[in-house]
Write a protein of this length. Structure first.
Length: 659
């Protein structure tokens, strides 16, 4: 687990046995030397005290494999306490495998709650890893600790590192806030060099940035303002000449300096919050839009450990009092590495439930408040420490981690999105982007899983598509045809963006596309021979165009009672229905109405003398073909109309244009 610590100065003490010496080194936060002492003591005699001391020392060094090894040894002793078993479970998580963790949790069920992780959350994260890849920045990383990549106004890359020769202890480094003094001294806590800020110059060479704060030990955490030539950073100073006590703590501080055109610091000013003998102040981030500087501090009055705070500033860099971000962000553990992007706030914490050590978290920011803390999950986070996430002006995202797969201790990674960005633009009949009521469904074809979509602007659909997959998009809007696209695929796709345009077509509800009349002999309902070609043509159209429905309106002349004529007109409608049924037209597509003598075409009503030719005009069925008759239905665009020129149909009045 990452530690946020101070430098401890004290007189050397003599050795009164390996264990006592190791205990003293642990108390002085000289973890590398303490771990070595406990190991030597354990070799002489395997004891609970020596094993636990080594486990704690390696844990403080973030040396997870070694901590796991020693906690495993600790719980084999009879003296092992419930806390030891809880620490062992946590060490399995950070230094072992996930399968070992599940076994350890099962064996020590009652103790898991004491460790800072939740097994249900872990199972969820491991089964829902984000589709991104962490690419090691091999040109910058080394076998040392390298972390916190950031950029100046010109796009030059900077980071913090303790690179240099490794002392004989061979122990892992730890992130503190550093110095650019490279001499024979080593940082007692880790047995490694002090930390300095490095710059990658135009020739891709790495050179240390010189601190001008006197007597700096650690020099780290650079943050360059974008609108002013100002850099904020963390230093830990040698105050030995000021404080003459034999034992005291020195804590890290934030300073800021002007940067000249050569990238050199020309002055320095202390952050007014600093109090190097009382508490630490680290990891500055400047939000220039709201004129706030966020930072981490373990000053009194917080929630515990290192908390996140902010101060406001004006054009003259006059600062307000520090404001704690509160319990929605801070915990009794440590929070650090603040970074703001739009309405998203990112930070690292070992106090919220996570995968292990420091994890990167996201919290929504709006109207001055923070809400909905969310662990970014795998692979952003790991069972080890993951921190210092940020994005540059190009939209590239970076984080630092001491995960097991790294080249050295802490390493820097670029996060590359494995998804392909889908951008779909949806237009209406008039060529305008669709404004509202657009329902979008996007599915991955192989498992029919739903792919989330966003509509950040009207008529524009955004989605992240997995590589080497096929997809189906469905668009629905009231009054328009449902549009389905089965040709979305990322298989073999080389670029990062897949852009498509869609044009919704209005549904021409209840459009009459043809009207015909057929006639009957006196007092008969059977179809005459002259009706056959008309009905055959209608049946053929209905077979070819599934969106058509037929309406049969049948009538009789006036020469019988009303009741008789109504029944006769019903039989005539049924005769047409049966004819169409013989041609394979489903009854559901045929509607019929009968009116008897109620709707005569002339004045040949009851008692009116008329010639037979006039009565003939009333013995009829109207055959009406309608397109898209159900106004409550959203129709799929007919496949038979795709690429079809409706103007070629002389006897059907199909709507052209948007259809």
């Amino acid at each position: 687990m990452c530690c946020l610590v101070s430098i401890v100065f004290t007189e050397a003490v003599g050795q009164n046995g390996k264990l006592r010496y190791a205990d003293q080194q642990l108390e002085l936060s000289k973890f590398a030397e303490a771990a070595k002492g406990y190991e030597i003591a354990f070799e002489k005699k395997a004891t609970y005290r020596a094993a636990k001391g080594a486990a704690v020392a390696y844990e403080r060094l973030s040396s997870y494999k070694q901590a796991y090894k020693w906690w495993k040894s600790v719980v084999d002793f009879e003296e092992a306490t419930p806390d030891d078993f809880a620490n062992y479970v946590y060490a399995v998580h950070q230094g072992g495998s996930f399968e070992e963790l599940k076994a350890a949790v099962e064996k020590n069920k009652g103790l898991v709650s004491q460790a800072n992780f939740n097994m249900d959350s872990l199972l969820l994260w491991y089964s829902n890893s984000k589709n991104v890849e962490l690419i090691s920045l091999d040109s910058l990383n080394s076998s040392a600790t390298d972390y916190g990549i950031t950029f100046d106004q010109k796009g030059n890359r900077y980071f913090s590192s303790d690179r240099g020769s490794i002392s004989s202890s061979g122990n892992k480094s730890i992130r503190v806030d550093g110095s650019n003094k490279f001499n024979t001294k080593r940082y007692d806590m880790t047995g490694r060099n002090f930390i300095s800020i490095y710059k990658e110059d135009e020739k891709k060479r790495l050179v240390p940035l010189e601190s001008i704060v006197p007597d700096s030990y650690h020099f780290a955490d650079p943050w360059f303002m974008k609108q002013s030539p100002i850099i904020f950073y963390t230093v830990t100073r040698d105050l030995g000449k000021i404080k003459k006590k034999r034992s005291y703590n020195i804590y890290p501080e934030i300073y800021y300096s002007t940067v000249n055109n050569n990238g050199e610091l020309t002055d320095f000013k202390p952050f007014p919050i600093n109090s190097a003998l009382e508490y630490g102040v680290i990891t500055p981030f400047v939000d220039e839009e709201e004129k706030k500087i966020y930072f981490s501090s373990n000053r009194s009055g917080g929630l515990g450990g290192y908390d996140l705070y902010y101060v406001t500033y004006d054009e003259d860099f006059a600062f307000s009092a520090a404001v704690n971000l509160g319990p929605s962000v801070n915990t009794p553990g440590d929070e650090r590495d603040p970074f703001m992007l739009g309405d998203s706030f990112y930070f690292s914490s070992n106090g919220h439930v996570g995968l292990g050590g420091l994890d990167v978290f996201h919290v929504a920011y709006g109207e001055g408040t923070f809400s909905h803390v969310q662990n970014l999950g795998l692979p952003y986070n790991s069972p080890q420490d993951d921190f210092a996430m940020q994005r540059n002006a190009k939209g590239e995202t970076f984080l630092s981690s001491n995960r097991m797969s790294g080249a050295g201790l802490d390493d820097m990674y670029k996060i590359e999105d494995l998804y392909k960005r889908f951008i779909g633009k949806v237009f209406d009949c008039d060529g305008n982007l669709v404004i509202d009521n657009l329902n979008v469904t996007l599915n991955q074809t192989d498992d029919n899983s739903t792919v989330p979509t966003k509509q950040e602007e009207k008529g524009v659909i955004l989605a992240d598509l997995s590589p080497e997959r096929d997809f189906q998009l469905t668009l629905k809007k009231p009054g328009y045809f449902t549009l389905t696209d089965n040709l979305i695929s990322t298989k073999g796709m080389k670029g990062e963006r897949l852009e498509k345009e869609y044009h919704l077509k209005k549904i021409p509800y209840n459009t009459v596309v043809s009207e015909d009349l057929i006639y009957y002999n006196f007092d008969e309902s059977q179809l005459r021979s002259d009706a056959t070609p008309i009905l055959e043509r209608v049946a053929e159209h209905m077979k070819n165009f599934t969106f058509l429905e037929i309406l049969i309106r049948s009538h009789a002349d006036s020469r019988a009672s009303n009741e008789y004529n109504e029944a006769l007109s019903e039989r005539r409608a049924n005769a047409v229905r049966e004819f169409l049924g013989d041609y394979g037209i489903a009854r559901s597509r045929v509607r019929s109405e009968w009116f008897g003598e109620e709707q005569l075409t002339n004045n040949c009503g009851d008692g009116v003398p008329c010639p037979e030719s006039a009565h003939q005009l009333n013995r009829r069925s109207e055959i009406i073909l309608r397109a898209f008759p159900d106004e409550n239905k959203i129709y799929q665009y007919p496949k038979e109309l795709e690429g079809f020129d409706v103007s070629q149909l002389k006897d059907l009045k199909l709507p052209a244009g948007c259809l």
